[in-house]
Design a protein around this ligand. Structure first.
Ligand code: UT7
Length: 314
């Protein structure tokens, strides 16, 4: 079996920062409520002329540079998103054109906030099977376009951004050690984009209950699948939705607060972009280093969940 890992990371967040205070002025909410109940302090909101593919392209170029790889060496492009520019063509095809790599397959994958984990696992299968060598996986979302900005239940939670990774074969013992994917369609109604309004609607309490159960469970289970124990885990990169949900996963793994990513404070929930954005941020700040065992874990609409246990490095 091949060892498949991440050989490059990149990200992009819009420059426009929207603070809790600004939302307080527009909605029946308070800066304090948002911070205490979610951990979010601010989020990035993309401008009118910047769509999901524009952010995806910048993140992808950064990841290619980070991997010292030329776009022509890519064999497959996967984009996890719930906010594509169009119903079709896919964001992946728009990225392919922008990167100037004609003919290679490109597709979007929809698993809401778990989309990035699903896409990485999908990309890995193609490398494992000797079909492709280098796979570009992007999580990109312009969530602000499906938000009803008068609904305080959702408007305070989300943000825009993109993160990208390059998957490739890495040296023995490194890369993805184990993964777990799951879905429970009975919860589909709890988090969806309403066909009539095109806005997100959410049963926050139900999603919260699901998340505080599923995210810690999946984090631990993927570590065991890798043949490790929680003591072996160096860093946790969970989906960034709510600091209280993140804490539940962190506590289950018995990790200190400085061993978990909490970029939710600055980015809000960026759905499929949240894990790669958080990963990029932790690598940049030197918190994840060569040889570290990390767990990436997500949950979201579907309802879906997924986790990956990975030994960092090439
Ligand atoms: O990527 C997956 C996406 N979704 C999620 O991750 C969401 C998961 N759920 C959550 O993170 C939390 O459930 C929320 C942050 C959405 C809500 O926090 P909570 O502590 O579960 O609050 P709650 O739903 O129990 O509501 C408490 C109160 C309610 O008022 P009443 O009924 O007690 O009078 C809400 O109406 O807070 C009210 N509320 C707000 N108040 C001020 C709800 N949203 C707001 C708001 N500002 N923005």
């Amino acid at each position: 079996m091949k060892c498949v890992g991440i050989i490059g990371v990149g990200s992009y967040v819009p420059t426009n920062i929207v603070s809790n205070r600004e939302l307080e002025a527009e909605l029946d909410t308070s800066s304090e409520w948002i911070r205490q109940r979610t951990g979010i302090e601010e989020r990035r909101i993309a401008s009118e002329d910047m769509d999901t593919s524009d952010m995806a392209i910048i993140a992808a170029k950064n990841a290619l540079r980070n991997a010292s790889l030329d776009a022509s060496q890519l064999d497959l492009i996967l984009v996890a998103t719930t906010t594509p520019d169009f119903l079709f063509p896919s964001v992946a095809c728009i990225v392919q054109e922008a990167l100037g790599v004609p003919n290679i397959p490109a597709m979007d994958l929809s698993a809401a906030c778990t989309g990035f984990v699903y896409a990485v696992v999908t990309g890995k299968q193609f490398i494992d099977s000797n079909t492709y060598k280098n796979v570009l996986v992007i999580g990109s979302e312009k969530f602000s376009k499906i938000i009803d900005w008068s609904d305080r239940n959702t408007a305070v939670l989300f943000g825009d951004g993109a993160g990208a990774v390059i998957l490739s074969e890495v040296s023995e013992g490194k890369g993805i050690l184990a993964f777990e994917l799951g879905a429970d369609g009975t919860g589909a109604k709890d988090l969806l984009v309403d066909n009539k309004t095109n806005f997100v609607t959410m049963n926050g309490r139900e999603v919260f209950k699901f998340a505080v159960r599923q995210m810690p469970e999946s984090s631990l289970s993927v570590v065991h699948k890798a043949g490790l124990t929680k003591e072996d885990v160096d860093f946790l990169v969970p989906h960034q939705a709510n600091i209280r949900i993140i804490d539940a996963a962190r506590e289950r793994l018995g990790l200190d607060k400085n061993k978990v990513s909490t970029t939710v404070t600055k980015h809000g929930n960026t759905s499929a972009a949240s894990i790669p954005l958080a990963l990029f941020s932790e690598i940049e700040s030197g918190k994840i280093n060569d040889g570290d065992v990390i767990v990436m874990v997500g949950f979201g609409g579907g309802l879906t969940w997924g986790s990956i246990c990975l030994k960092w490095g090439k």
